[in-house]
Design a protein around this ligand. Structure first.
Ligand SMILES: Nc1nc2c(c(=O)[nH]1)N[C@H]1C(S)=C(S)[C@@H](COP(=O)(O)O)O[C@H]1N2
Ligand SMILES: [Mo]
Length: 520
């Protein structure tokens, strides 16, 4: 007679405990497969949304008003990665919980995954670029496969208790569930890289924009020659990037339209070609992010080529009572600015189609974005522009306003020390203190540098215009020891930059950039 030898006798004591960990692991594996496959599908089939990105965008959109720390953090790139990893982590933890509970109440597997599927589907509905049908298919398939994987692993993991089939040892269970998680992870990462490759390999290169009728050129001595200073014109690949888009919106030029509507005489819609055929002009404009801390680099200067925003608004005819202009992007983000700011003939707000003589990079708003001299990005610089809506200031609050940021936000006067680098050691002797200063579009009239409390006048680069930053420099004889350097700028209206520090929220950081250097 053949006897079946169990690896280890089962006892009532250790089996349930072993089973619950296996059930939890099965839940984690189920979620991994659901998430990995949905990312892979999103990478392979254009139009299928990334569920992780959709949920992430929903988190950004639905963040509680006044959650200022979160609000500030969510502007930048590292925060986006952290948010997506956090979402995957929460999903895996929820999967573990559902798996563990489903060991007791098997219906919970389908119910739990179903509930998460509904949440993910709801998130895709908030994304104007996602097709609800494809989202539903992707969510449905992910939920189904996730539940299947969970029940398969959980059943095989617990069979020892029932003895009805050869069971997996602890080791083979771990290998199988671990293998499933790793395969799902590889699929997910592959899917994500396919999405990103698609989003950055542009149809952009094919766009043709006629040459501008009015060119911008740099004045003589526009740039100072200092090693390590920020370039006067920041190359596109080094230009700061801030937006709420977890995945870059990809625009099909054939179907893209710019719609001008709301309080206008005649609603107007323009194709990219029609837009590009309007008179084009170039200008240098420095744009800045309100969430920039004193001394940080969420600010940049570029040459923009585009059409006059006022020309386009005139085509639609702005009604007299329309006090607010709202720029809306293809992904539903909005910025609102006073119509009066845009209409002021002293500045030239534009719909930019090119950046530093290249088609607008996707990360910076392809195919068209707003550039409005003097206003922080969140109240003006709409990327991936799709609509201009005329309304009143009272009637509408744009994206960041209910989230704790000021309704009207002109760029504050700021200055930054680039050289020497903060907290570095330098050699004693003659050297430069240098950096940039900006106050668009009031211009910069003066920059002073304090060495250990004593203010000296800095030499300025020849300004391109009031809408751009300047470079500045002071020469000093660095004596051995520790020194404190600070900088302050005076704007074109004669107002000196305040030394009273404020945080970025709600309307921009104030205070002098102050650094400490060790000489000798
Ligand atoms: N569609 C869209 N446009 C946007 C944003 C956004 O989140 N979505 N962020 C704005 C903010 S806060 C800033 S500071 C500027 C940054 O422009 P850049 O990324 O080209 O430097 O874009 C603005 N335009
Ligand atoms: Mo910003």
């Amino acid at each position: 007679m053949k006897s079946i030898t169990l690896a280890r006798p089962t006892t009532a004591r250790d089996e349930p405990a072993g089973a619950i960990w296996r059930d939890a692991a099965a839940g984690i594996a189920g979620v991994s497969v659901a998430v990995g496959l949905s990312e892979l599908a999103a990478g392979l089939v254009p139009g299928v949304p990334s569920l992780v990105a959709s949920v992430g965008s929903a988190v950004i959109d639905l963040q509680p008003p006044g959650a200022k720390e979160l609000v500030v953090a969510l502007f930048g790139a590292n925060d986006k990665l952290a948010l997506e990893l956090f979402i995957v982590g929460v999903a895996l933890a929820a999967g573990a919980l559902v798996g563990a509970l489903a060991g007791r109440w098997p219906w919970l597997a389908a119910a739990g995954f179903g509930a998460f599927g509904l949440l993910a589907f709801g998130a895709t509905l908030l994304d104007p670029q996602a097709s609800p049908a494809l989202s539903a298919v992707s969510v449905g398939a992910s939920v189904w496969i996730g539940v299947r994987v969970l029940t398969w692993l959980a059943r095989r993991g617990r069979l020892r208790a029932t003895g009805s089939m050869p069971s997996w040892s602890r080791r083979s269970f771990l290998i199988r569930s671990g293998g499933v998680v790793v395969a799902a992870g590889v699929g997910g990462v592959l899917g994500r890289s396919l999405i990103e490759a698609r989003l950055t390999s542009p149809a952009v290169a094919g766009t043709t924009v006629p040459p501008a009728a009015r060119l911008a050129s740099l004045p003589p001595a526009a740039e100072l020659n200092v090693q390590g200073i920020t370039p006067l014109v920041v190359p596109n690949e080094d230009f700061y990037r801030i937006d709420t888009a977890l995945l870059l919106p990809s625009v099909d030029l054939a179907t893209w339209r710019l719609r001008i509507h709301g309080m206008v005489e005649r609603e107007t819609s323009l194709t990219f070609e029609q837009l590009a055929q309007l008179p084009l002009f170039e200008q240098y404009v420095t744009i800045a992010c309100v969430s920039n801390e004193v001394g940080d680099d969420l600010v940049g200067n570029a040459k923009w080529t585009g059409v006059s925003l006022r020309d386009v608004l005139d085509m639609a005819g702005v009604q007299p009572g329309a006090t607010q202009l709202v720029g809306r992007s293809v992904d539903g983000w909005t910025a609102g600015m006073p119509t009066a700011w845009v209409m002021d003939p002293a500045r030239e707000p534009m719909i930019a189609l090119r950046m530093n003589d290249e088609p607008l990079p996707i990360a910076h708003g392809f195919p068209a974005r707003l550039i409005v001299p003097g206003l922080y990005g969140y109240v003006s610089a709409t990327k991936w522009l799709s609509e201009l809506e005329l309304t009143t200031l009272e009637a509408f609050d744009a994206f960041w306003i209910p989230r704790g940021w000021a309704k009207e936000a002109p760029i504050l006067t700021q200055s930054r020390i680039d050289v020497p680098r903060p907290a570095t050691g330098i050699a004693a002797g003659r050297g430069a203190i240098a950096g940039v200063a900006w106050a668009p579009d009031r211009g910069i009239s003066r920059v002073e540098v304090s060495v250990d409390g004593e203010w000296r006048e800095a030499r300025l680069s020849n300004p391109i215009s009031d809408a751009t930053w300047v470079q500045w420099r002071v020469d000093w004889d660095a004596t051995p020891g520790r020194h404190t350097l600070a900088v302050r700028a005076t704007d074109g209206e004669g107002t000196v930059q305040t030394d009273q520090r404020t945080p970025p929220a709600p309307d921009g950081a104030r205070g002098h950039h102050t650094i400490s250097v060790q000489v000798g």
